[in-house]
Design a protein around this ligand. Structure first.
Ligand code: BGC
Length: 507
């Protein structure tokens, strides 16, 4: 164990104190200079590449990619500090990088909520309709659910098409899954929670305007509109008499749903197709709140941290990140999300692998144009997981994957190890940045002495070593205090959270 890990005061706090002493701007400048000197020592150009052995060349190339993707502890500390700065700005006023949206959820559940609720959940690629029963003994039962895939057409289509699709899905669920006619249902279940996992400026617990699309959606006619209003209109068109009583972000749903069984839960984080976090803030720390007094004195804030560092002040941005951003349908936006979340990790790795191919370092005899590697988003994050899981001596599963999926039939062990290294570095960077965000949340909430962070999403759940890499980074940032922070795997919390919030709304 390094001495950093056993220090009792948090490095983050020490670094904050240093910044305070030097003055914020000066501190940042000193850090920038250090960063330039230490992290961007790019190895010499190709003419100096050792030519004597392929192993030496591979090691050399690995070092080059490592220099691109490695985030040092110093930079990570700066990321956390900058996140704290952007969080405070977002609480101060609208129009900041971190939107810090008050969710209108001012109480966490007590475990005594009861009733039957309908929950709709639009995440990244699926739309789920669930019936959730909250039972009187405090345990929750989600009795039934149905998943509907959102096609690319719907993601790029019109508001009417998308919301009609939701209403039709609800109709199908009522008939096929609950076996009820819509009339019976209308008579019985009136309460609905709508999880809509995009940046929404809430104006009430069941009202909010979409600010901007993320995660590859570009549906027209929704930005600036109340999404609950659009849903209600679609229900009307389909003759469904259902009223949405809560509009919820998935992070808020995850937090609330986990708090139902673990009262230590103070934050909900999504590390999936997209990324974001919500946490419990004191109303007195939200200067922009104009909604009047809040009895509990608390408010769940949807940070929308996916937009962190859109001004590029702190995270080293590689040429691969630049390419991805430029080619995306929201250039300049969601900088943090594009380095962390499942929609993008595979694409960053693809750019790095294609670069190695184009510069002739790997797969010299293979055709890029015939490989799925040449297709945008053809290298899915799930393949990175599979690659990272191959611990065989000859990396045989990577060989199989390269042949079966990418039509790369003749790879050497060294080439495969380079591909694996790219994946490890992209995955490691994502985990470290996620931890830096969590360190900021915990510091902001003043919970270094202990709290639970409920985390959901495919990257956290399925990407190998992701949680452990986050833990290691959290230790680098918070020292021994990191032991007080519990990462709890939350599953399907967002829909259940929406039902709970609908239940809370009645009390
Ligand atoms: C959205 C957030 C959402 C996150 C995780 C982001 O793209 O902006 O609202 O919570 O994805 O689903």
């Amino acid at each position: 164990m390094s001495s950093e890990l056993i220090t009792s005061s948090s490095p983050l706090l020490l670094s904050n104190a240093l910044t305070f002493l030097f003055g914020l701007t000066a501190g940042v400048t000193i850090y920038s200079l250090l960063k330039t000197a230490q992290e961007f020592k790019t190895p010499p150009q190709s003419k100096l590449i050792p030519q004597n052995s392929s192993t030496q060349q591979t090691e050399y190339i690995k070092k080059r990619i490592e220099a691109d993707f490695t985030i040092s502890r110093e930079t990570l500390l700066r990321v956390t500090k900058q996140m704290l700065i952007e969080m405070k700005r977002g609480l101060q006023s609208d129009g900041q990088t971190l939107k810090m949206i008050p969710s209108f959820v001012t109480n966490l559940p007590t475990g005594t909520e009861v009733g039957s609720y309908l929950a709709l959940d639009l995440g990244g690629s699926n739309f789920r309709v669930c019936e959730i029963l909250l039972s009187s003994d405090g345990s929750r039962v989600r009795s039934r659910q149905k998943k509907f895939v959102i096609s690319e057409d719907l993601k790029q289509g019109t508001a009417e098409k998308l919301f009609d699709f939701f209403a039709e899905a609800v109709g199908i669920f009522l008939k096929e899954v609950l076996g009820e006619s819509t009339d019976e249902f209308n008579a019985e279940h009136k309460k609905l929670g709508f999880t809509f996992s995009f940046p929404v400026q809430q104006t009430a617990l069941n009202k909010g305007n979409l600010m901007v699309w993320t995660k590859g959606f570009t549906v027209s006619g929704v930005v600036g509109k109340d999404v609950v209003g659009l849903l209600q209109e679609a229900f009307k068109r389909k003759n469904l008499k259902i009223t949405a009583t809560a509009l919820v972000n998935d992070t808020v749903g995850t937090l609330v749903s986990h708090a139902y069984t673990d009262p230590q839960t103070n934050a909900g984080v999504i590390l999936g197709t997209g990324t974001n976090a919500a946490y419990v803030e004191l109303v007195k720390n939200i200067p922009k709140w104009t909604g009047g007094p809040v009895t509990s004195g608390k408010m769940v804030i949807n940070t929308e941290w996916g937009a962190f560092d859109e001004e590029h002040t702190v995270i080293p941005f590689t040429k691969f990140d630049k390419k991805l951003d430029r080619a995306s349908n929201n250039p300049g936006k969601q900088t943090f999300e594009k380095m962390i979340s499942g929609l993008y990790l595979g694409e960053i790795a693809r750019y790095a692998i294609v670069d190695l191919m184009k510069t002739g370092y790997i797969f010299k005899k293979e055709s890029l144009s015939e490989s799925l590697l040449s297709k945008p988003y053809g290298f899915e994050t799930a393949y990175m997981s599979r690659i990272e899981r191959d611990h065989s001596k000859d990396l045989s599963d990577i060989n199989a994957l390269l042949g079966d999926i990418f039509k790369i039939f003749n790879s050497s062990l060294e080439e495969r190890s380079l591909v694996k290294r790219v994946c490890e570095l992209v995955g490691l960077r994502a985990a470290r940045l996620s931890a830096a965000g969590i360190a900021a949340l915990v510091t902001k909430m003043n919970k270094l002495d202990g709290c639970t962070i409920a985390i959901d999403g495919s990257v956290f759940e399925h990407y190998p070593h992701f949680g452990n890499r986050m833990r290691d980074a959290l230790f680098e940032l918070l020292g021994i205090s990191a032991e007080n922070i519990d990462f709890a795997q939350a599953r399907d919390g967002s829909g259940q959270g929406a039902a709970l919030i609908a239940a809370l709304a009645e009390n």
